[in-house]
Design a protein around this ligand. Sequence first.
Ligand code: C2E
Ligand code: MG
Ligand code: MG
Length: 617
Amino acid sequence: MNTGEVYRSDADQRVSERVRTIALFTAILGLVINFFVCAVYVASGVSNFLIYAEVAVYASILAAMTVCALRRYQIKRTFTIGLLSIFAVFWVGTFIEALTEQTAPFDFPLVLFVPLFLVIILHHKILFSLIPVQAVCVYFYTSEFAVHSLGPDWTATDQQAFSFMIAAFSGFSFCALGIVAFARERADDRLYELISEKIALASTDGLTGLMNRRAFMEHLRRIWPTRSRVQIAFIDLDHFKPLNDQYGHSVGDEVLKTVAERIGHVPAVSATARLGGDEFAVLIEENASAHTVEDILTALHQALSRDIEWESGLITIGASIGYAEGITTQQSLSGLLRSADTAMRRAKNGHLDWAMFNPQIDNAALATSTLEVELKSAIRNGQIKAAIQPIANAKTRDTVAYELLTRWTDSGFERDPSPTDFIPIAEKLGLLNEILWVTLDEALSHLDLCAHQLAINVSPAQLLASDFLASLVSILERHEVSPNSITIEITEEVAFRNVDRNVAILNEARALGISIALDDFGTGYSSLSMLDTLPLDKLKIDQSFVRKSDQSEQSKSILLAAIRLAKQLGLESCVEGIETQQFAARVAVLGADHIQGYWIGRPQLVKDAKAAVKLAS
Ligand code: C2E
Ligand code: MG
Ligand code: MG
């Protein structure tokens, strides 16, 4: 199917939806009218079998039209045949009634107007061909049956002239209807063209004339239920950006056009799209076997790797191609797209011509890219929730603070991703601040901030965002929370890059009253000089120290040294990962100020936190 056909079928679909609505409305309205007419006959005691037979035939035809419209079966044809049948039944019934002398004088106007309403929405050609039928029927009916009661003392010439005039009038009214129908059909055709043009404009990539991403996805969605498997390839041009920079955008555009044209010449490609930038996608023909797929991918790669002739010489391009196939009953379309994309990235990173998606090799990368895609919508859809974990005084075990943590809930995955899965991805995508504002906002709306502190985790990239402190302060102001009740937990990475800038921001935060804690102390490349460089108030000693302290005296001494170091530097110490009472007692003896861990309390979604927590104001 080429791009034009895709748009036409889209327009056809919209127009036929309109026809269906009209057909359904007409048939249901007809059924309702038929029912009321029948009810009137019954109420007025009419016992004529012929009338009820006629009503029953109308009802059957209209019911058949309704069913066809509902089931989208041959809507136009059944609609036309249905109305024509009602027209024919009307005239046959009328003549039988007249011949059996069961007509009343007031039936006469019915033969003029009822057929008019029956055919009003038919095609103009049918309307024009019905003119003689209607005129002849009206003439015979009038001259043979009606005229005697209308003008009993008319002469034979008067009767003929009257019948002829009435027949001509009825014929003209059909003719007028035909002209109106013709005008309406022209308007409909124009509308159809406009819809096709609009769809084409919205679905075409302006530069290459290929489908754009939207149209390609729409096309895949449409064919998905009709095929057992769908095979696609994603193509990403190599070194396109430097080429664009070196030769200029007009050359870049020509390259993209040439690529589009070349893809079009590769056999067994059934649809091609430019997804954006230098990314293309192709849908492979339905019955391509495993062997031919390899040939197709090789042909695609060869076509795209041929140099392009340009005024100033030859332009060398290349392409990385990722292929994936999906069994439509077992897999989702979005899963297939991600697989092809993952295979394409492997081809690019491994400098391969093409790569076929292989679950054994690509599943880990696929999981990451799936999380990347889903995380953004998770934030938008409110699946990212705030959780809090208590931090207690090591001696009294009273809760003195809470740490704000993030949870991804109702993710739709087999298991909800943990922060260790998605926080690095959020960091890579620059979404950590967005997550912080969402969770902090949720936490502050639920918590009563009177007697406790709230610690938030902030990574170096978050700190560097130009509006970080301003946004933080504005959220605190909105919830009427003093900066004194907030602690920023940073990790030692803050001291690795942009140290001066990070230190400046932390100092600014401290000037506002916010405390700074160094998180996970002892895990990374902890250098003691860092403690001197960073403006700190607290030291959070990593949970690994606690665990090891059980294993040897040496490890216990290191934990003690870390607690003492904090004390000597004038910092509050907090030991993380306290899972048992025994550990809690041990670190209290060693002199830790605060403790945090499952024994004190596990992280809990803020909305589930039972007691309203009071943070210091
Ligand atoms: P963290 O800041 O050191 O937070 C403490 C982590 O230790 C939490 O894991 C918590 O559930 C876990 N934990 C607490 N007590 C115990 C215990 O007794 N035993 C054990 N085994 N674990 C305990 P979580 O929530 O999975 O978070 C992991 C890390 O992800 C956090 O470590 C933090 O660095 C990061 N993180 C979590 N939420 C956010 C966030 O909103 N923003 C940023 N930037 N980082 C976050
Ligand atoms: Mg932390
Ligand atoms: Mg920690």
